[in-house]
Ligand binder design. Structure first.
Ligand code: GLC
Length: 444
């Protein structure tokens, strides 16, 4: 301490003698304190927040986020784990944006959200922000579903298409061919249930939520019907084909092919039942494949996968197009870093590792036939065909409300509160009113 005493004396002398010295000392002390506070804040990494469907979190974190953070040490991606149902995640995003204090920078968007989110002004316009050559590799449907009124708002991270899984082992043992029609699903199910080969015939997602809309789109396509024509806004829910589609779904429950609980199931509930060996058929998405064939799965090597079949007499069944992509919240304080993140996460190589890890349907076409990918998933070339022919849900700004109407009435029909005919008529009328109100609002 002795060492400092001459300095201390000189400093005290100056402090007493000079006003200027006193001002300069105080200024110096303030500046040093400010630097101590500001500098660490400046070197803090930028954090990008995103909310995701719970079952998607692990693979997203282990591949895309991990690699992005390794290559961009100044940026962190914080994933908030959302619920399991797509529409519940949408509700959370929507309320955050409506309340105006959204904590999200990135938005993990289902294939049907873009029109609503863009029309509401919640998304950053990405048109011209991503070089054309980065966009050319995407499947057309996946990319187009990220546009609204000619502007681009979302880049696809993965596609999806509804598929039919069947117990190859049980069908082969009984000398049965895979089904070609809905009616075949029923007959094969009954045959195998009668032999006690499986407790249930067919499991599918019947809870009142977005997944039910996707199941219905497939049944509709199988009977040759439609929901809403996005160009004319014509509603087809009370047409005979749509009523038949609703009747078919209900009949699987009344005939004992599907468990009564099907009206409460979402994707993971049905996967667990199928994977436990309790059902012959499962309607679900391709993410099930690696799980059903995992080393600890009783079904390893016993499962077949195929496109969704149509009703008897028709040849054009259809899988529903699903899929997820990334948009940027208009309110983000980090638009530059957010764009960097979504360009990285949707680019070829990270995408390859992501979809190979999770068994998701690629949104980049070349990955369906990439030798590294097909070495693990030999069914991917077939998935490309399924996804090319997949049926889209109506691309309209009021999609969430239209889907909610359909889910409510369909659920009423499935749980015997209304006949399928009454339910579909009411759903059609309410959907027409919704779309008319939308048109009137546009005119005003
Ligand atoms: C899957 C699909 C998505 C769909 C959802 C319904 O996550 O990718 O498009 O809306 O299932 O449950």
């Amino acid at each position: 301490m002795k060492f400092f005493s001459p300095f201390k004396q000189t400093w005290s002398a100056w402090w007493r003698r000079s006003k200027l010295f006193r001002y300069l000392s105080l200024f110096g002390a303030f500046a040093a304190a400010a630097l101590l506070i500001i500098l660490p804040a400046l070197s803090q990494p930028v954090t990008l927040r995103i909310l995701m469907l719970a079952p998607d979190v692990a693979s997203f974190k282990d591949t895309l986020v991990k690699e992005f953070e390794q290559q961009n040490p100044g940026i962190r991606v914080e994933i908030l784990e959302g619920p399991n149902a797509a529409n519940a995640v949408e509700d959370l995003y929507s309320s955050a944006f409506l309340l105006g204090n959204s904590p999200y920078d990135l938005i993990n968007m289902d294939v049907v959200w873009t029109p609503k989110f863009a029309a509401a002004g919640w998304l950053m316009d990405l048109t011209g922000q991503v070089p054309q050559q980065e966009l050319t590799g995407f499947s057309q449907n996946d990319l187009e579903s990220g546009r609204y009124q000619d502007k681009l708002y979302r880049l696809p991270t993965r596609s999806d298409a509804g598929v039919l899984y069947y117990r190859k082992d049980l069908l082969e043992a009984a000398g049965l061919e895979p089904p070609k029609t809905f009616e075949d699903i029923v007959t094969i199910s009954k045959t195998l249930q009668d032999k006690n080969a499986a407790r249930w015939g067919y499991v599918w997602q019947g809870r009142q939520y977005e997944g039910l809309a996707t199941v219905f789109v497939e049944a509709l396509k199988g009977f040759g019907g439609y929901w809403v024509n996005p160009d004319t806004l014509e509603v087809g829910l009370d047409k005979p084909e749509a009523i038949r589609a609703a009747e078919f779904l209900r009949s699987t429950i009344t005939e004992g092919i599907s468990p009564p609980g099907v009206t409460t199931y979402i994707e993971e509930d049905t996967r667990r039942i199928f994977q436990a060996g309790e059902a012959v058929f499962l309607r679900n998405w391709p993410y099930v494949w690696p799980l059903a064939n995992a080393d600890d799965s009783p079904l390893k090597g016993k499962v077949g996968i195929m496109p969704m079949v149509p009703a008897v007499g028709r040849t054009d069944g259809g899988s529903c197009l699903g899929g997820w992509g990334l948009g940027i919240a208009k309110t983000t304080r980090h638009p530059k870093e957010a764009l960097q993140a979504i360009r990285f996460m949707t680019s070829q190589e990270p995408q390859k590792r992501f979809i190979t890890e999770a068994g998701f349907v690629p949104s980049r076409r070349s990955l369906f036939t990439d030798p590294d990918v097909t070495a693990k998933y030999s069914h991917y070339p077939q998935l490309l065909e399924i996804s090319d022919n997949a049926v889209l849900r109506p691309s309209i700004a009021q999609y969430a409300q239209a889907s909610d109407i359909l889910q409510r009435y369909l659920s009423a029909a499935l749980t015997n509160q209304r006949s399928p005919e009454q339910a579909m008529q009411a759903a059609a009328q309410e959907t027409r009113r919704l779309l008319e109100a939308g048109k009137a609002a546009k005119r005003a």
